[in-house]
Design a protein around this ligand. Structure first.
Ligand SMILES: [Zn+2]
Length: 248
């Protein structure tokens, strides 16, 4: 089997003297691993495109027994430079890529994940100041897009509108509730102010380019990050431990 596609380079490693292994995000197949034989030497076949965070066009062939993919040649479509020179931008990009890899992307969710990753890298390359919450926005949006959407417009128990009102996130249920209903629930709960609810709602639809803007007040940012990470820990099973994401 052979195919050509535009993919994002998530990780590159050395494998023997002249060969590389790469992990790529394909918009049709999800995360795939491949070898680039001669990849660290062949300027003609890969012309410097095998670097982390690059958007590349590649021709891929599967091995005779289909045990692995081998990259035949590649061209750079869109690279990053500022992102590599700036430690904060670089660290944020690595954090998003690591979360994506822990999450795992299946073919059904590949197109949305590829769009999200590509646009997030564009923001990190081009934006003025990197929003502090960007990695949390990324985690929330990836989970929402991959089937873990949060229903936040109404109380999940009495149906009352939550628009402009404080609420609670019921962690196990993965739903929001008004404070009165939340008190009667035995679920773990976290506070959701009106600002946090509107941030979570808009994240379901806003592309990464619209994540850049006035920073949320520190208290709201903390509440938002806590709600997103508790939701992901319980429903997706990913936690941050000893400097890395772990999936249970
Ligand atoms: Zn209620």
């Amino acid at each position: 089997m052979e195919f050509s596609e535009r993919m994002l380079v998530l990780q590159v490693g050395k494998f023997r003297e002249a060969d590389l292994w790469v992990r790529l995000l394909s918009p049709s197949r999800g995360i795939i691993a491949a070898f680039a034989f001669g990849g660290s030497r062949s300027r003609r076949r890969f012309a410097g495109c095998l670097d982390t965070f690059n958007n590349i066009g590649v021709h891929v062939k599967s091995s005779p027994g289909k045990q692995y993919f081998a990259l035949q040649e590649g061209v750079l479509i869109e690279g990053v430079s500022r992102l590599r020179r700036d430690g904060r931008r670089f660290g944020t990009a690595v954090n998003c890529v690591r979360f994506l890899q822990s999450f795992g992307i299946v073919p059904e969710g590949a197109e949305k994940a590829h769009f999200l990753m590509r646009e997030t890298l564009r923001v990190l390359e081009g934006c003025g100041e990197v929003p502090r919450l960007l990695p949390v926005f990324f985690r929330a949006r990836l989970a929402f897009d991959q089937g873990y959407a949060l229903e936040l417009t109404h109380c999940s128990r009495c149906g009352k509108s939550l628009n402009g009102r404080p609420a609670r996130l019921l962690i196990r249920a993965g739903r929001a509730a008004c404070p009165a209903c939340a008190r009667e629930s035995s679920d773990y709960r976290l506070p959701l102010g009106p600002g946090t609810i509107s941030m979570l709602q808009s994240l379901h639809v806003l592309p990464p380019v619209d994540w850049v803007g006035p920073a949320a007040p520190a208290a709201a940012a903390g509440e938002f990050a806590e709600a997103v990470d508790a939701f992901i820990r319980y429903h997706v099973g990913i936690t941050w431990e000893d400097g890395r994401f772990v999936r249970r």
